[in-house]
Design a protein around this ligand. Structure first.
Ligand SMILES: [Zn+2]
Ligand SMILES: [Zn+2]
Length: 530
């Protein structure tokens, strides 16, 4: 098959707090796919970035007496460091707070407007005369009409009642306490309802590959009927609205962030000799994957596709939604305020990143919530990764008294097994079943260890040197292949193996020979016991 042009979009984390292990468990599917398709020889662009805009950041900035950029830049830096630590192979991890992204988003939104998919509506909205600005629901305090407790306007903390517009108008400004008044406000709306039929048809065509939660969630919205959505708000932090008369407003964060996949691609291609259209326009043997947690599904399955359709420029729509369930910590939800769980960076301080990756992939929340417990993690690291994989490498490449890799003959049965393993694992990854894929690779490791034990090379070395050479050589070929098969999960260990065995690039092809006479003196254990 000829090379495909593949976009892997990793969800844009919100630059307002540290990410925890559950976020990594959701996002790592993108890295698995990006690495896998690169191994297969496809043209892959894996893109993401920090989502810097939105009200939680502006509110926090106001409270802390900071500029919103201080906050988003802080977390953007942290995300960069963290994703590097976990070996995420993004081609670009940018941020929405950069001029290139903003300019491109404005062009795209302007096009939607020119094509008649964005229209103006006048609404009465809560306003504080003293602070001189429109207030969002969260910036209004009121006495809850249901339970009588004082609450913020988005939802009652006590009884979960969501105040309606009339009830909100009885509230006060959270900042200065002034009674709310109303003012006419101009709002731009995206005519999402106009895309109902096209998105329905597209979804039906592609959703056989999606995870079940994505199918269900998207079907629910389509069944209810798509509702037009406001795209502008009264903020001073975000992307300027590219339409006259809206100079005092910004675009809603959801429209700005999902377009980041496209603006990242444009930026990357402008700075290389690639064409972004090859990835985003129809007819280029292309495929688009979006990888995120289940709370993000409709932004990718519906909204992004609507924004692309509204360009009327033959865009290729999102093909595959890779939406994770949640990862819990010791069977509880991650919660910073309750001190449950650890951040992704904290985990890196105590555990090796390859092992964390392997655990989060092989125990990933693919179809249901899964759990991270430090005890289970340590057991997987010691009993699976180190005792099986690490041990195979050790007892082959660091066989006592062996200074060079001997020449030998590759076992025929093992070669067959390797071929089957590539086939099976590749199919599973394409079907988004990464847990099962990792189990298949681990089976190959177990089979290799069994082969080793049966051959008894420690005896062969004294009694049958030709047999000994075949055993070690066969195991070395297996290890070479494991450096391909495990590349999606444990890239650091695989890079080391390639260095030891003088292999060049990883690929998704069976390696049938390794160079003999390779010096083994520099081989070190891949993993240490925790
Ligand atoms: Zn006020
Ligand atoms: Zn209440």
């Amino acid at each position: 098959m000829s090379k495909r042009n593949i976009i892997i979009g990793g969800a844009w984390p919100y630059a307002n707090s540290s990410l925890h292990l559950g976020h990594i468990a959701g996002l790592i599917s993108g890295d698995v796919l990006a690495r896998f398709f690169r191994l297969k020889g496809d043209n892959v662009l894996y893109v993401s970035g920090s989502d810097c805009h939105g009200t939680p950041i502006t509110e926090r900035a106001r409270k802390e007496g900071k500029n919103p950029r201080d906050i988003s830049s802080f977390y953007d830096e942290e995300f960069n460091k963290m994703f590097d630590g976990y070996s995420f192979s993004y081609d670009l991890f940018s941020k929405t707070d950069n001029e290139y992204h903003k300019a491109k988003v404005q062009e795209l939104v302007r096009k939607l407007y020119d094509n008649g998919y964005v229209y103006e509506k006048i609404e009465m909205e809560p306003y504080c005369e003293k602070c001189n600005r429109f207030l969002s629901d969260r910036e209004i305090v009121l006495e809850c009409p249901e339970c009588g407790k004082e609450t913020k306007g988005d939802q009652c903390d006590n009884c979960l009642h969501v105040p309606n517009t009339e009830e909100l108008m009885q509230g006060n400004c959270i900042e200065c306490g002034t009674k709310i008044s109303q003012r006419e406000n101009k709002v731009l709306y995206l005519a999402l309802s106009k895309f109902q039929k096209q998105i329905e048809a597209h979804t039906e065509k592609v959703n056989h590959e999606w995870r079940i939660n994505a199918k269900n969630e998207t079907a629910k919205y389509l069944k209810q009927g798509l509702v037009d959505r406001a795209i502008t708000r009264n903020l001073d932090w975000g992307v300027d609205v590219p339409i006259e008369g809206y100079e005092d407003k910004k675009l809603y964060v959801w429209i700005d962030a999902v377009l980041g996949y496209l603006t990242d691609t444009m930026f990357l291609c402008e700075n290389s000799n690639k064409s972004w259209e090859d990835f985003w326009k129809e007819g280029n043997n292309n495929k688009i994957y979006m990888c995120h947690g289940k709370d993000n599904i409709v932004f990718h399955s519906i909204i992004l596709n609507a924004l692309l359709l509204g360009q009327k420029e033959n865009y290729h729509l999102v093909d595959t939604i890779v939406s994770a369930e949640y990862l819990n910590y010791n069977d509880q939800k991650f919660s910073k305020s309750k001190g449950i769980g650890m951040t992704a960076l904290e985990a890196l301080d105590i555990y090796p990143s390859d092992s964390l990756r392997f655990y989060l992939i092989s125990n990933g929340p693919e179809k249901k919530d899964t759990n991270f417990s430090p005890d289970e993690f340590v057991a997987v690291h010691n009993n699976e990764i180190l005792n099986k994989f690490g041990n195979l490498v050790n007892r082959t490449l660091k066989f006592k008294g062996l200074e060079e890799l001997p020449e030998g003959k590759l076992d025929d049965k093992i070669l067959e097994e390797l071929k089957v393993t590539y086939q099976k694992v590749g199919n599973l990854i394409e079907k988004l079943e990464f847990r099962e894929a990792m189990r298949e690779v681990m089976k190959m490791v177990e089979s290799a260890n069994k082969y080793y034990d049966t051959r008894e090379p420690w005896k062969q070395k004294k009694e049958d040197i030709a047999g000994f050479n075949d055993t070690i050589y066969t195991c070395a070929v297996i290890i070479a292949n494991l450096s391909n098969l495990f590349e999606v999960a444990m890239p650091k260990a695989c890079a080391k193996l390639r260095e030891y065995l003088k292999l060049e690039k990883p690929s998704w092809e069976v390696i049938t020979a390794v160079k003999s006479n390779i010096k083994l003196s520099n081989v070190e254990p891949l993993f240490n016991r925790i």
